[in-house]
Design a binder for this molecule. Structure first.
Ligand SMILES: [Zn+2]
Length: 54
């Protein structure tokens, strides 16, 4: 799980919340039918998914 800052606002992949530049966010590497897919998640969702994965 990385935690740098996005260069521009980005919607959370899970809940759609806008992640503003400077906000802490989570980036998560997922696998889908097409292969690797990196998505950006707000801190709430990244914490929730981390708990799930643990
Ligand atoms: Zn979210």
């Amino acid at each position: 799980m990385t935690g740098s800052n996005p260069a521009q606002p980005h919607d959370c992949h899970r809940c759609g919340e806008t992640i503003e530049p400077g906000d802490v966010y989570g980036a998560l590497d997922l696998l889908d039918a097409d292969g690797d897919l990196q998505v950006m998640l707000c801190r709430t969702c990244s914490a929730a998914l981390r708990d799930f994965l643990d």
